[in-house]
Design a protein around this ligand. Structure first.
Ligand code: ATP
Ligand code: MG
Length: 271
């Protein structure tokens, strides 16, 4: 049976104006959990092969960006989708609030050094987009400064793409009610208390402002070369399947080849 999942349905077309209220937070289509699991496993196996191919080819890299509100499942998506890969070829970077040295530079300075080198997959758990999200919502720099950043982000991502770093960006979309449920779970389970950050409630209170900031980032920075995907994230098995399919599809589309041997293997005898 073929999987009824067109990943383009979740991609933001360049220039499209995003209204998050009109995009689903919970998958409600024909695929069931069992079918999703099977498809996920097949795609995962393929992605593992493609990762090795990309590593062997040593020509390009893949950068995967995750952004979301707190408790939307960034960590768990990384664990499920990136976890099965060969860790030697993956670098995951979690961007926290910048330190004083980082704040002394432009906002992309600390980002650039974490972009993946040839053959590698780089994963950003939060990213340079924080500089038009939390920074905008909390007025950490004047509007005049953050307004210009969309353009700078697009130029930065274009440069990376031109230099053979392919970029995919995922916004894990959840509702405010679902966030409440997930945060409550962190309070209810002693083994999850460590994940609860009382300060996150302040960000939750700014839900509307974040919503606007996300809509602007998704509308202004989904480009042909570095598209944003809005992932309905409340059914985790669908979230993982969609992200996995986009990743595998991207690497598949590169038509990579194993490098040719620089020697004649038939001429070599191993004693
Ligand atoms: P967890 O799921 O473990 O809570 P997290 O990504 O929320 O993961 P935290 O250390 O709790 O990690 O939070 C990081 C914080 O740093 C977030 O509130 C994020 O918005 C903030 N942050 C990241 N980048 C920037 C930035 N450029 N400027 C200001 N704040 C930032
Ligand atoms: Mg946190």
């Amino acid at each position: 049976m073929t999987l009824k999942l067109d990943t383009d349905d979740y991609r933001i077309a360049p220039g499209a104006k995003v209204d998050l209220d009109r995009l689903p937070t919970r998958y409600d289509g024909p695929i069931d959990k069992q079918e999703a699991r099977q498809a996920f496993e097949q795609l995962r196996d393929r992605l593992v092969e493609l990762q090795e191919l990309m590593y062997a080819e040593h020509k390009r890299s893949l950068l995967v960006v995750f952004q979301a509100m707190d408790a939307a499942g960034k960590d768990s998506t990384v664990r499920h989708v990136i976890g099965p890969l060969n860790p030697a070829g993956v670098r995951v970077t979690s961007f926290k609030a910048p330190n004083s040295v980082e704040l002394g530079h432009d906002f992309l300075w600390r980002i650039h050094e974490h972009t993946p080198r040839r053959g590698y997959i780089g994963v950003f758990n939060r990213s340079h987009y924080e500089d038009v999200l939390i920074v905008r919502v909390k007025d950490l720099v004047p509007e005049k400064v953050w307004r210009k950043r969309y353009e700078h982000i697009n130029a930065f991502e274009k440069m990376l793409t031109d230099e053979n770093t392919h970029i995919l960006k995922f916004y894990l979309h959840i509702s405010k009610d679902y966030q409440k449920e997930r945060l409550q779970r962190r309070l209810d389970r002693p083994d999850k208390h460590w994940k609860f950050e009382p300060a996150d409630l302040k960000e939750r209170a700014r839900w509307g402002a974040y919503r606007e900031a996300f809509e602007d980032a998704l509308s202004r920075c989904s480009t042909k070369h570095a598209p944003w995907y809005v992932v309905p994230a409340e059914r985790r098995w669908f979230r993982d399947l969609l992200v996995m399919k986009v990743l595998a599809g991207k690497l598949e589309s590169l038509n990579m080849d194993y490098p040719r041997a620089t020697f004649d293997p038939t001429s070599i005898v191993i004693e």
